[in-house]
Design a binder for this molecule. Structure first.
Ligand code: 13P
Ligand code: SF4
Length: 310
């Protein structure tokens, strides 16, 4: 629980360690309250590469902290709970990449969603996030693009970039995939005219029903800019905090699927965990071996070059 004592202790420890706390929108509200920056994956990766602090506390899942370490190898990167991992990050096999490279040769690019391990990134030519995947895939010189690991984001990108032959892998986010088209239809019936804002990790039968498909930040922007009062939001419930902050005083209401999507790994991050890693220097994220770190870093750096998020 976030008490005034804990808040004061975190402020003091951040100062002593020259640390900043970065939090993803999906972590619990009390953790977002302690953070210096709250954002989507792309915003947090860009910040990790540029912030001057010598320690980054990454309140999110492992691939996010690992990307921060790859982009800023001289910084200390701490995770409040080092076991917080994204299952999708592991859902691709090396053989899939090798087979596509063999089939398409130089006319293939491997585009890797940042929700992936450093090793998976090291097999890839460029990373993308949900906020810039369409733009980056479109900008690649190759016509064939193997999209890993997320089949749903890959399929969404394929639908937006008809010029490319997008080859899909079979990874997925269990949380977004569990949002059903039936519950979305029921929400739409009970809220006629409410815009449907979906994360593209949702299945195709759900994104098909959406008025806007985009990253968590793009969902927040769409809700803030919209004229409607009610919004149907198809992503993890943690984003509600940012929706309420951004739309404070506008009288807007946000309706999430009744199955209540939460990411159990993001929920592992607690206010006490943030304080403990600052206190003890625990949960430090190391660099992978250079043979993995160098190509993974290159794929991330290419994303930052190509991928202004809007
Ligand atoms: P964003 O790119 O919107 O931050 O999403 C990250 C994520 O893990 C979605 O499940
Ligand atoms: Fe991974 Fe899904 Fe959790 Fe995002 S919501 S971190 S994709 S398990």
């Amino acid at each position: 629980m976030l008490t005034e004592e804990l808040r004061a202790e975190v402020a003091r420890l951040k100062h002593e360690r020259d640390a900043v706390v970065l939090a993803h929108y999906y972590v619990p509200t009390e953790v977002q309250e302690l953070a210096d920056h709250v954002g989507d994956s792309f915003a947090l990766a860009s910040l990790a590469a540029t912030l001057p602090a010598s320690t980054l506390v990454f309140a999110g899942v492992r691939f996010m902290a690992e990307s921060a370490k790859l982009l800023s190898p001289d910084k200390t990167v701490l995770m409040p709970d080092a076991s917080a991992d994204c299952p999708m990050a592991h859902m691709v096999q090396r053989e899939t990449v090798d087979a596509a490279r063999e089939k398409y040769g130089d006319d293939l690019a491997v585009a890797c969603y940042v929700n992936s391990t450093a090793e998976v990134k090291s097999w890839s030519d460029v990373c993308v996030t949900s906020s810039n995947a369409v733009r980056i895939v479109f900008a690649l010189p190759q016509r064939n693009v193997l999209f890993i690991p997320d089949r749903h984001l890959g399929r969404y990108v394929a639908g937006q970039v008809a010029e490319k032959n997008v080859i899909l892998n079979d990874g997925y986010c269990p949380i977004h995939q569990a949002i059903s088209a039936d519950e979305v239809r029921a929400l739409r019936e009970s809220l006629p005219g409410a815009p449907v804002l979906a994360h593209p990790e949702c299945g195709p039968e759900v994104t098909e029903l959406a008025d806007v498909a985009g990253s968590t930040s793009q969902i927040v922007e769409a809700a803030a800019a919209g004229e409607a009062r009610d919004y149907i939001v198809l992503t993890v419930d943690g984003v509600r905090g940012e929706l309420e902050r951004r739309c404070a005083g506008m009288g807007k209401r946000f309706h999430f699927p009744p199955t209540h999507p939460v990411c159990p790994d993001m929920e592992r991050i607690t206010a006490e965990g943030v304080a403990a890693c600052l206190r003890e220097g625990s949960g430090e994220v190391g660099l992978p071996p250079e043979g993995v770190a160098a190509p993974a870093r290159a794929a991330l750096a290419r994303m930052l070059e190509l991928g202004a998020s809007r």
